[in-house]
Design a protein around this ligand. Sequence first.
Ligand SMILES: Nc1ncnc2c1ncn2[C@@H]1O[C@H](COP(=O)(O)OP(=O)(O)OP(=O)(O)O)[C@@H](O)[C@H]1O
Ligand SMILES: [Mg+2]
Length: 315
Amino acid sequence: MLTGDVMSFEAAGKAKRRKSNAHVIVCGNEKGGSGKTTTSMHITVALLKAGFRVATIDLDTRQKSLTRYVQNRRNFAQTHKVDLELPSHFRFDTATVDSQRDAQSEDFAAFVRAVSDVEESHDFVVVDTPGSDNYLMRLSHSMADTLVTPMNDSFVDFDVLGRVDGDSLEIVDVSHYAMMVREARRQRRLADNGLLDWIVVRNRLASIGSRNQLNLHACVKELSLRLGFRVADGISERVVYREYFPKGLTALDDVKNLGLTDRASRSHHSALLEIRNLIKMLRLPVDEAGRQRADARKVWLQRSAEPVAMPDIFA
Ligand SMILES: Nc1ncnc2c1ncn2[C@@H]1O[C@H](COP(=O)(O)OP(=O)(O)OP(=O)(O)O)[C@@H](O)[C@H]1O
Ligand SMILES: [Mg+2]
């Protein structure tokens, strides 16, 4: 259970359960391996533990890592006869029709249906996206209320957001993914005046600071002003984020009570604190304002139910 100043968050979860309409959190970054699935699962479990009803959608039709993560969690709970919080999970398969235009219409309809199906009965929908630019990935970005972009702590990964000059390290251009988010935001504003809150989370931070880390931090800060995203404190490089996947567990699970160890490691505890901190920084809506935002998105969804218009929008 979450404790301390996260308690109010928990209380809000109980209150919100009586209301309808879900808040959509999308984990996205065109760069593969940046931590989207790991972050999706940790946000999901944090929200479930706080008492919210959470649905998850896996848009990564090839790897299906979030689907595997949730399955592993379900299997662990069954095998060990323990209670583990589970989201209502939806796997997304790409349309099988021939023409690209038809396929996109079908994908659009299926995705909207998936979100509509869960939005009345859940408080949050967490969407994990693939590390490549495709139609569904763009669509999900334009439907997000909160976009979480994990970014490995390297200039190679930064390059997906912005380009820097090799000598001065000044930002010389914004990159393809950043432009895509900008366009998704614009479309969303036009459609329902909705605001997309974009948070970049630096991932796999080394425990020992370096000049590179400082330089990167300065560049991320500068780009945040230009692109209008917030920067979260970040997630460290830790084995716990990797080793729990086969069991479907997260840094938020009580490994001692689950009988896995005599006591949680220091690394597990630190991971727990940094994930709680991340959740706080996301400033997720747990109040009336959040509900209103979700209502606005619903209106937009109804207006956008014309699938043939979508490819033109993103052209
Ligand atoms: N903070 C971290 N510390 C250690 N390992 C991490 C951390 N974050 C992610 N990883 C590991 O890095 C790899 C990539 O993470 P993940 O699968 O979450 O990224 P992704 O963005 O979803 O990748 P893809 O684009 O392929 O879907 C995984 O092996 C994961 O366990
Ligand atoms: Mg993934």
